[in-house]
Design a protein around this ligand. Structure first.
Ligand code: 8X3
Length: 250
């Protein structure tokens, strides 16, 4: 089995799942985190013949659960080499004045606080070794605001700020901190944003070629396989047909 271990949040679907599958093919052991025990167990079944797979079922926005679950790794793991802070989503797409405060809370709780809790909990598995790589999944929405993006934009701008701040604070610890900011990726993202409205979600990706989760996973794998002295700090990954946060050639 592999020498390195990666902890991935939001591992049961989309970019997280595609990255777990690719890491397994490249001999990187996995700690898969998600909220759905059945999906975690299915993915473990799929990948455990390739690498060591450990699963943790918790919600990244639940501070107590995050620390309890990640601390529980102390009995099985001493070191984590890669943290992929992938869990996060958009909830609702409305003007700021019309949006639902519960959606706003959820995006801040998961996309921002969740990333903070998980990173704080994982760092004790990196700091003693003066080595490690944290990759935060940001978004083009964290680089440019757009109409009806408001709090989702704010949550991803916070990821951008945290990535840069963590990189400064962790420099003496020799821990790489990077972010990957995708544009439109065809996952469950829009289905969740539009609260299960399949027609609305399908329209986002209709008639053009968005990124697939595997495209993002390929870049993440490239980032984690650079030599120790190289940190790909910041990546904006767009489908060819997307020029910025709101211009798409359909
Ligand atoms: C997802 C991409 O363009 O919907 O973060 O904000 S976008």
């Amino acid at each position: 089995m592999g020498n390195k271990t990666a902890l991935i949040t939001g591992a049961t679907s989309g970019i997280g799942k595609a990255t777990a599958q690719l890491f397994a093919q490249h001999n990187i052991n996995l700690i898969l985190c998600g909220r759905n025990a059945a999906k975690l167990s299915d993915l473990k079944q799929e990948l455990c013949t390739l690498v060591n797979v450990h699963t943790l079922c918790f919600d990244v926005s639940d501070e107590t659960a995050v620390f309890a679950q990640i601390n529980s790794l102390k009995t099985t793991h001493s070191r984590i080499d890669i943290l992929l802070n992938n869990a996060g989503n958009a909830h609702g797409r409305s003007t700021f004045q019309e949006g639902d405060i519960n959606d706003y809370n959820l995006m801040i709780d998961v996309n921002v606080k969740g990333l903070i809790y998980v990173s704080k909990a994982v760092l004790p598995f990196m700091l003693p070794y003066k080595c490690g790589h944290i990759i935060n999944i940001g978004s083009i929405a964290g680089q440019e605001v757009y109409e009806q993006g408001n709090v989702y934009n704010a949550s991803k701008f916070a990821v951008d700020a945290l990535t840069k701040a963590m990189r400064i604070d962790l420099i003496k610890e020799k821990i790489k901190v990077s972010q990957l900011n995708p544009g439109a990726v065809h996952t469950d993202f829009s289905l969740i944003r539009f609260k299960g409205d399949e027609d609305k979600a399908a329209k986002v990706y209709e008639g053009w070629n968005p990124l697939q989760a595997k495209d993002v996973a390929d870049v993440i794998h490239f980032m984690v396989t650079r030599p120790a002295h190289v940190n790909i700090a910041d990546v904006l990954l767009l489908p060819t047909a997307q020029a910025n946060a709101y211009i798409i050639d359909k």
